[in-house]
Design a protein around this ligand. Sequence first.
Ligand code: P53
Length: 484
Amino acid sequence: MSKLRSDFLWGGAVAAHQLEGGWQEGGKGVSVADVMTAGANGVERRITAGVVPGENYPNHEAIDFYHRYKSDIQLFKELGLKAFRTSIAWTRIFPNGDETTPNEAGLQFYDDLFDELLANGIEPVITLSHFEMPYHLVTEYGGWRDRRVVDFFVRFATTVFTRYKGKVHYWMTFNEINNQANTSGTFALFTNSGIQVGPGENAEALMYQAAHYETVASALAVQIGHQIDPANQIGAMIAMVPIYPASPKPEDIMKAERAMQARYWFADVQCNGRYPAWLRQYQADAGFDLDITLEDLNVLACGTVDYIGFSYYMSMAVQAAPDEPANYKYHEAGDVVENPTVERSEWGWQIDPVGLRYAMNWFKDRYDLPLFIVENGFGAIDDITPDHRVHDPYRVDYLRAHIEQMKLAVEVDGVDLIGYTPWGFIDLVSAGTGQMDKRYGVIYVDKNDAGEGTLDRYKKDSFYWYQNVIKTNGADLDNVVVPD
Ligand code: P53
C-alpha cells in the first residue's frame, strides 16, 4: 500500500516555449526564447539581436503543441495524468510586455487549453514565467534590472489570475528563480531575467538586483492571487541541486554550506519573507548599489508562498580552495568538483536519487511547507525502431530510482508532498541546449536536432511503465507491460 496522498498529483511537466511553437500565432510577441539558436551537447545556444533570418530557432515551432494540444491531451489522458504542468507564455497575453490591455486571442488559447484539460480530468499546474519574458522588455528596459518590469509582471499575473479563476488552482511564479545564482554563463541571467551583461557591468550585482525585483513581483503576485481567489495555491519554483562537501574537511563543509546559502537564499526570501543575514552582509561588503526599499521588505514579508515547487535532476559537490576567502564566496563554475560516488548522464549531469530524498528533508526542515516535485527526469538519446517502438529502460531506471526515494521521504520521513510531474514527459526542446535529441519523454516526438521529422507522437516503453505507476498510485514501480 502506497502512503502517498490519495489525491496525489501524478503528472507531467513542460513549458510553453519548449512545446507550443506557433511563435507568431494569435498575436504572440517575440520572447527571449525566440532569439535563442539551437546549440548542441557542449555547445552553448547563441542569443541573437532579435530574430535574424537564416538562423535556426528551435522554439519557433517546437513540437507544435499550439495546434495539436487536443490530440496530445487524449494521449495524456490515456497515460492517466492527473496534473499537467505548463506555463503561460507572457508574450501571448502581453506581446511586448508593457501594454495596458491584454491580447484576447492569447487569453482565449489558454482558456481553451485549460477547458480541454479539465474536461479530461487533468488539473492544470501553471508557471507564470518560465524562461520566456517578452523580448521587448529586454531591448527597452534591460530586462529585470528595471523596476518598471515589476509592474508589468504584476499586470500580467493579475490578468491571468482573474481570467482563469476557478480553472487553475496551482500556480508558481518564476521558474527556477535561483538558476541565475550561477552568473558565470550568459545563459541563466538571460533566460531568467532577460539580462545581457554589458561591458564594465558586474553580472553579480545585476543578478542580485533582478532577483530582488523578481521576489518582490512574486510576493505581490502571491498577495493578489490570494485576493482574487483564496483557493489559489501559489508556490515558489526552485532548481534544487544539493551541493555536498567533497570531503569531511571542515572547510569543505563550510564551502558547501555557503554554496547552499548562495543557491537557496531565493527560497529563504520567498518562503520566510525576509533576506538571510549573511546575504545582506555580503551585498554590503561587496559594495553593490542595490535598490532594495523598506516598502519592498514589507511586500516580501506579506507575500510568502503556499508551497515549494522544485526541480530535481542532479547533485553537485564543492571543495574549498587552499586560500578560500573569509566570505567563502561561491563560484559555481569554479568550485564544483566531480563526485566520484555517482554516475553521470551523457550531458554530465550527476545522477543521484538519494539526493532527492535529502533535498526533500532539507526543504522540510528549513521551511516546513508542502512540497511539489514539478520536474525530474533523464535526458537521453533514444533510438526509434522501424515499427515506432522506443525501448528506454534507462529512463525507467532513472525515474523508478527517484520515485523510490520520493516515497521514502514521504513514508519514512513524513514529508508532505502534493505531487510529482516528471519533466518533458512528451519530448520537447531542451532549454539548455535547444536540442530535440536530448529527450526526456515517455511520449516520443518525431523531430530531430536539425528540425526534421513528421512531429508524429509515439508511446515509448516508459509510457506503459508510468501508466501503471499512476494507476497503482506508486505502489508498483516494476511492471513494464508493453502491448504487442
Ligand atoms: P534541459 C539547468 C539545470 C537544471 C535545470 O533542462 C535546468 C537547467 C537549465 O537548462 O532547467 C530546467 O532542457 C528547466 C526546464 C529544462 C529542464 O530543466 O537543459 O526548468 O525548462 O528544460 C531540463 O535538459
